[in-house]
Structure formats: C-alpha cells, structure tokens
Design a protein around this ligand. Sequence first.
Ligand code: PHE
Length: 337
Amino acid sequence: MLEQVRKYINEVEQFNSDKPEEIELFRIKYLSKKGGLLTELFNAFKTVPNDEKKDFGKILNILKDSVTDKINYLNNQIESNVQVKTALDLSLPGSAEKIGSRHPISIVKNEIVEIFTRLGFTISEGPEIEDDYHVFSALNFPPEHPARDMQDTFFIEQNPDILLRTHTSSVQVRVMDNQKPPIRTISPGRVFRNEAISARAHCIFHQIEGLFIDENVSFADLKQTLEYFAKEFFGKDAKIRLRPSYFPFTEPSAEVDVSCSLCGGKGCNVCKYTGWLEILGCGMVDPNVLEANDIDSVKYTGFAFGMGIERITMLKYGIKDLRLFFENDIRFLTQFK
Ligand code: PHE
C-alpha cells in the first residue's frame, strides 16, 4: 500500500498542464468525494493494521497536500499567463496620438517657395516692425501716398517712422542694402494693413514677394517666370494674362490673372463669369528704386512681383471666407494634410 501511495505522489509531482479541463480531470481523479483516489485510500485506512496507521496516515496527508498544491499552482500559472498575455497583446490597435496638421497657409507657402527655389530664388526674411524707409521711402512712395496714412497703415505709438510692414517688399530693400546684384530672392511673411475684417479682407495676412535684379533682365523674363509658376502651381493647363497697373516701385506695372481652374476659363461664380482670377501684382523695378538702393540703374534692370498667400490658398481649395484662416478651428485646419 505505501508503495502504491508513493507512486501516486510521484505521479502528482510529474503532472503538468495549462489546460483547465485537464486540471479539472486531475482534481476529480484524486479529490472527488465519489470514487476519488484519496477518498478510497482514506476508506482503506480503516483496514490498515494499527502499527502501520501512523506512517500510512502521514503519507496519505502528504499525497493530499501535494494534489491541492499542484492544482493551486497550475491554476495560478494559467491566470498569470492570461495577465501577461493581455499586457503584451501586440495585436491590439495602438492608441493613436493626435499629431496635428500643417496650417493651409503654411502648406501653400511651402509649395510656392519650393517652386521659386527651383528657379534659383533664395529665401529672405525680415522684421515685421519696420521703419518708413524700408516700407515706403526706399520703394519710391511719394510723401502724400495714401498708404502712408493712418487709415491704411498701423503705426507704433503714433510714431510716423515705426510701423507694421504693409508688404514684404521691405525685406527686399534690406536684401539690396546688403547684397550686390545679381539678386534673386523671394520674401514670404506676415503683413499688416488697417482694413476692416471681412470674408475677403483681414488686417493681418501673408505675402510672398519676389525680386530679380541682374544685367539684361527684361519684361519677357518676368512673364516667363510667372507663367512657369502658374503652371507649376495651378496645373499645366493654366494660362496667365497681364493687365497694365500702377505701383510706386515698378514701371511698367501689371496685375496678373490666372485662368480660372474651377471652370477651366468658361466662367463660373468664383471667377465672376470672367474666366480669370487676379493673383498678383508685378512690374519692372523702377530705376528710382535701384538708385535709392545704390544699384546702377543703367547697368542693371530687374523685376518684382508680390502675391497674397491667403488669396491663392482660397483659390486653390475653394475657400469662401478668409477669416477661417485665423480662427484656429481644428475641424477646418485638419482638412489640408
Ligand atoms: N508690394 C505689392 C503689394 O503689397 C505687390 C507688388 C510687389 C507689386 C512687387 C508689384 C511688384 O501689393
């Protein structure tokens, strides 16, 4: 009998399983009240001779403990396995971090900058708080020009010399201060004008202005550059047309229209049934501006152009209200990834 019980103990020690059904069968085999091995052995205990009872009792209790220990051990094992598995379930979808998106103005600015850098333009930046010289005087603005009026320009503390730049042409004056021709640069940046805020105008907006000064730069070079830009930005079917205009710093000056990309030039409510959309101002740099910036206007000629990024972005994406760019509504901003 003792031999038999030792065998069982050995068997219990050997037993291993990670399946709850198998562990249950193992439990029934040993511990079941009806027909379980231990129940039978304890019944047999009664027939054991008295002098063997002590040893037999001891070994039966050892067997019983080892069975319950084993069952507890195996069940714990299963439970902790489940926990490890849920902690490390690599198939679960990750918790996504919102990384935000680029502002549509930045997207379009980068795209425009990229097109002009391909043509060899450098990028120049300058201060938003400027002086009269860089914004107006060096650019041939006559003293009585309306832009110099409080109505149109923000001045700092009533000082007529310190103001928020109304265009990034001021940066190009700074480039001419520091650099000899050939100059080929674009100036992206924020500009400020004292205007009532509406769907089509804001007191803060963004511009990209270009300047090209070298020997023998002609109006044809200007036109070709702008045509290349229009086709790169609006698509290869885009056409441009130039209308005579006036700016103090360019002569001759022109306003540039691009064929309406929404209706293909047929006419729609965005282009007001003209087939054309105005996108920028341009012209040949006025010799007065070259001379004011110490550049020999006999030897050198140049062209300049400037566009509003908001306007171009509105045309590109069909946005009807300029104020949306400044409201920081995430539902609007995340559409332009
Ligand atoms: N600086 C002009 C503006 O802000 C745009 C422009 C730039 C026009 C260069 C002609 C040449 O409106």
